[in-house]
Design a protein around this ligand. Structure first.
Ligand code: ADP
Length: 275
């Protein structure tokens, strides 16, 4: 991440004001969120042979995430190069690197919940969901980065968790329910969450927090939701938990450092209950 007074024009060189490297990637953030919420987590992915690959493996280990299905491939680990200008506007170049090679042939751990996002090839996501569906796992898909998705993927989703922008690209709530998604959980940032299913719509207000950095809020939401579904919670109970986790994630800078632990989430829910 580079900070600069403004974005350079094509062909121009300017001086930046800062440079930081942060661990991230939706898959990593969500795995950490699920682990800190209390789940036993196995991660399927790929890392490059560069120094970043080693650092990310350490982060997985630090949260006791099983990385035995994380492969190592020649070349760079997935990267996002972000320029943030003084006006807050950012520009991002994502290099998938090792993420473009992720496959699941025979490597999908058997688990109560399978949670996927879209920073890996869509065919891999589709294969993972098919295997998970055959095994009877609960399937949660965070459809980010925003993309339109084929019905063969949507019909396998027990729960899909788009934000409002992603929802628009997917054609709206009715289109997703018609395609066969069991429940559409729309995260709406500071406006909370709406849960849509055949049973109707339930809305949750956002928790009132002092926002420091919203990066990773959506990942906190999906990861912690998957954790509670694996623990046997009903969907609305799991969403209440995830709504608190998402709020907490906005109170800390960064993505991985911002992922809250179960004790903090429980405290938020308890204080809401006491009010
Ligand atoms: P994304 O990061 O994918 O765009 P959202 O911004 O919708 O996701 O945030 C995910 C969830 O995190 C929200 O549904 C909400 O539960 C929580 N959240 C996000 N922003 C805020 C906020 N400003 N105040 C309280 N909770 C928030």
């Amino acid at each position: 991440m580079v900070t600069a007074a403004r974005h350079p024009h094509p062909g121009e060189t300017i001086l930046g004001t800062g440079y930081h490297e942060h661990a991230g990637g939706k898959g990593l953030n969500q795995a950490v969120a699920a682990a800190r919420s209390g789940a036993t987590v196995a991660f399927v992915g790929a890392l490059g042979t560069d120094a970043a690959g080693g650092r990310l493996r350490e982060i997985l280990g630090g949260d006791s995430i099983d990385a035995s299905d994380v492969t190592e491939v020649d070349g760079p680990t997935g990267r996002a190069v972000i320029v943030v200008a003084d006006d807050g506007e950012n520009s991002i170049v994502v290099v998938p690197g090792a993420n473009a090679t992720v496959g699941v042939a025979g490597t999908l751990p058997d688990s109560a919940v399978v949670l996927c996002q879209l920073e890996i090839p869509l065919d891999t996501v589709a294969s993972a969901l098919e295997i998970a569906h055959e095994r009877g796992s609960i399937i949660v898909l965070n459809p980010a980065p925003a993309a339109s998705l084929p019905v063969r993927v949507l019909r396998l989703c027990d729960v899909i968790t788009p934000n409002e922008h992603e929802l628009e690209l997917l054609g709206g709530v009715s289109a997703l329910l018609d395609a066969g998604c069991g429940a559409v959980v729309v995260t709406r940032g500071g406006d909370g969450v709406d849960v849509h299913s055949a049973a109707g719509t339930t809305s949750f207000a956002a928790h009132s927090v002092v926002v420091v950095d919203t990066t990773g809020a959506g990942d906190a939401f999906s990861g912690s939701l998957a954790c509670r579904l694996a623990a046997g919670d009903a969907l609305l109970d799991a969403v209440a938990w995830a709504n608190a986790a998402g709020a907490l994630a906005t109170t800390v800078a960064g993505a991985v450092p911002a992922q809250p632990r179960s004790a903090e989430i429980r405290a938020v829910l308890r204080s809401q209950h006491d009010r």
